[in-house]
Design a protein. Sequence first.
Length: 408
Amino acid sequence: MYHLECIKCGAKYGPDKVIYTCSKCGGLLDVVYDYSEIRLSREDLKGPLSVWKYKALLPVSREPVTLKEGGTPIYHLRSIGKEVGLREAYAKHEGMNPSGSFKDRGMTVGVTKALELGMKSVACASTGNTSASLAVYGARAGIPVIVLLPSGKVALGKVAQALMHGAKVISIKGNFDDALRLVRELCVENGIYLLNSINPYRLEGQKTIGFEIVDYFGWEVPDRIILPVGNAGNITAIFKGLSEMKRLGIIDRVPKMTGIQAEGSAPIAKAIKSGAASIAVEEHPETVATAIRIGDPVNAVKALNAIRASGGTAETVTDEEILAAQKMLATKEGIGVEPASAASVAGLIKLRRMGVIEKDEHVVCVVTGHLLKDPETVIKNCDKPIEVEATKEAIEKALGMKPSIASY
Ligand SMILES: Cc1ncc(COP(=O)(O)O)c(C=O)c1O
Ligand SMILES: N[C@@H](CCOP(=O)(O)O)C(=O)O
């Protein structure tokens, strides 16, 4: 069994209540299980990785709305690790989920919960990936989807997904933070189920990233997990999940949760660096990594706690560092990710050079979304294709080759 609990005042709510924040104090909610009732061991968790493998720690009982999410690959970062002097550097490629981002882990649980609660439509605000994922899972479930996007600031692939999967797409003349404020009002006033990461049930699905990481390494806990931070749901979810596994005796510690933000959009990193108790909202967030262009992260309180309680840290990276890391991943490791995702690897490089990450640490970067989500940024940052006449000679010339014998 489980219930919802306010992280601020401790107020408890039944599992079937449609509620996103505490009605007494406005605090964020967590799903809290009756841990004494959960019998789960490493032995029970044999078999291939997937979100639903961990259903004993997920808050739904009906048949899930699923497209076989999770089970994403973990790659050894051989070249990048070598370059920064780190043998045990890995990337977990969440872009390999059905809609191309980690959001699918949250949506398989969140949309299933929407059906379980009898909700008739679902909605979200989004910098792109949440909307793509909700559109996909809404289509799978046969439930209408509404998405609010910040006009002109959503990568092409993500808008295409939301449109093609049949969501009602509203582009607002404002940023993501405005869109989230509006969609929250819209949902509460119109009985629509809100599926941003303020929804504690959605975050339960995302904690499986952490489960899969420790499961993959034979329950050996990495020293550190690094991930890009935007609305701050993911870092929160992974910390919660691994804390639960520790509580159940499946693992013996929780990795240092390390959040990376873009310099122009970094309220959490700034609070961690300054030791502030809470964030100062960034009124005009800006970064090339549009997925994390967020100035007022809704899960800030939970994220600050996750970072501090795990002994982790947070850092900022410039847009140039993000794009350089994206290119390094693509050209030196063969791993294609969108800019926001590369922020975790840019952070790894920066923190290693600063000496914050030690050379014998075992580090996993979560790379959160696929390269093809944002083709426009890719095209802008790569050399153009070389256009030539359709002859072998022209091709050889373009390649800087000497003309072959046959052409004499
Ligand atoms: C690709 C990508 N990476 C990272 C993030 C940040 O995740 P979170 O909002 O959970 O901090 C997002 C969305 O927010 C995203 O779409
Ligand atoms: N990057 C996100 C922003 C919204 O975050 P959420 O986790 O609260 O849904 C997106 O893809 O929209």
